[in-house]
Design a protein around this ligand. Structure first.
Ligand code: UDP
Length: 371
């Protein structure tokens, strides 16, 4: 008999399990995958930590979260600076003076500002109502057309005027020469990979992998006083009110016998014709070196294809539009009526969480729960 059963060995589950154990509670963590770490899972291939479920770059402004993760891993100095490839033309991301200079030939911040204002005025947008209008009012029509429209359409499978504006507000727009994709105070990649970090969080905790909670739900429930469930909330209720939509991602991984494919960890293909959204070259998250500091002779790349999710696929991004938001609220009402269970994490809360936010949420819940 355990105090807690944690369903899902991703970040939310691992953080909660860690905190519960620290409070003297007994915990069993189960996961249907054969590995821990959920979507931050990294696997070593050719000496390179490959982000198997998509690139994860840790960044946060939350000092408490930063201090917390640093207990389980050392972080390197990686700074995310993706490059956008629009039909062979390269642009710096996020949108900054390098981008504006390449796009318009402008040299000073005031010239760039004037160009954006001019394009925004021409488009006649006063109060942006969707992602398209939001994007144009932030960076103008040229950047919208070349760097946002096609990429967003591919990533979400919907046109930009059918998407909420908050998605694009994730990206900074700067009138400085700063290619750092994030505004966060702290940023880096855990040395040795994310899997090792999560393993350290789960140290001394019972973990069972390759087991599906729903295959033996009542048996598992009977093993603990309380359940922390981090799977999809609609799956928990057997989709009885309908299925929440997700975007899924498919990766085509390739090992190449060359040391350098694209010279950067991330290159986004922002046109609408290229079928993949981006290519990740994993070795650059660790500066192309192995743990001894030697240059790695080979490289591993992942082409990322965005896809509509259907039951059986891996759910990645919650589609936070009105329809899905309303359905989630209904599931949340059902969840409130369940006894002895906590729903948490990206899938349990149907939320487009960054890693630091999911950790903050798990820490906050742990504090309440374990007080
Ligand atoms: N985006 C874009 N062009 C890019 C990169 C991002 O238009 O080259 C937009 C797109 O709408 C995307 C959003 O910005 O959904 C957020 O991108 P982010 O990189 O934060 O997404 P994630 O890394 O979570 O996939």
């Amino acid at each position: 008999m355990y105090d807690y059963l944690v369903v899902g060995a991703g970040l939310y589950g691992a953080v909660f399990a860690n905190q519960a154990k620290a409070q003297g509670k007994s915990v069993l963590v189960i996961d249907k995958r054969p590995n821990i770490a959920g979507n931050v899972f990294t696997e070593k291939i050719e000496g390179i930590n490959v982000h198997k479920y998509g690139a994860h770059i840790f960044h946060t402004n939350n000092k408490k979260v930063w201090n917390f993760v640093n207990r389980f891993a050392e972080f390197n100095r990686f700074t995310n600076s993706p490059v956008a490839n629009y039909k062979g033309e390269l642009f710096s991301l996020p949108f900054n003076m390098y981008t504006f200079n390449k796009m318009w030939g402008v040299v000073t911040p005031s010239e760039a500002q004037a160009k954006i204002e001019e394009q925004k005025k021409q488009a006649g947008i006063t109060e942006p109502k969707n992602l398209e209008e939001q994007a144009i009012s932030l960076v103008g029509t040229d950047i919208y057309e070349k760097l946002i429209k096609g990429y967003t359409m591919k990533q979400w499978g919907r046109p930009c005027d059918k998407l909420p504006s908050f998605i694009i507000k994730r990206l900074p727009v700067r009138l400085t020469f700063d290619n750092n994709y994030f505004n966060a105070l702290y940023q880096g990649i855990p040395v040795g990979g994310y899997t090792k970090m999560v393993e350290n969080m789960l140290e001394g905790i019972d973990v069972k992998l390759g087991v599906d909670y729903f295959d033996n739900k009542s048996e598992y429930d009977a093993m603990a006083s309380k359940v922390v469930y981090t799977g999809a909330i609609d799956a928990y209720f057997d989709y009885r009110l309908g299925t929440l939509e997700y975007r899924s991602v498919r990766f085509e991984n390739e090992i190449l016998d060359i040391p350098n494919f694209q010279g950067n960890a991330a290159v986004n293909y922002t046109d609408s014709e290229t079928p993949w959204t981006r290519i990740i070259e994993h070795k650059w998250f660790e500066f192309g070196k192995d743990e001894e500091g030697n240059d790695l002779p080979k490289t591993v790349i992942s082409r990322e294809y965005s896809a509509e999710w259907k039951p059986g696929d891996e759910p990645y991004y919650p589609v936070n539009d009105e329809k899905n938001g309303a359905l989630y609220e209904q599931y949340k009402e059902l969840a409130k009526k369940e006894d002895n269970i906590i729903f948490g994490g990206r899938l349990g809360e149907y939320k487009y969480y960054d890693m630091d936010a999911v950790i903050a949420s798990a820490l906050e819940m742990s504090e309440k729960e374990l007080a």
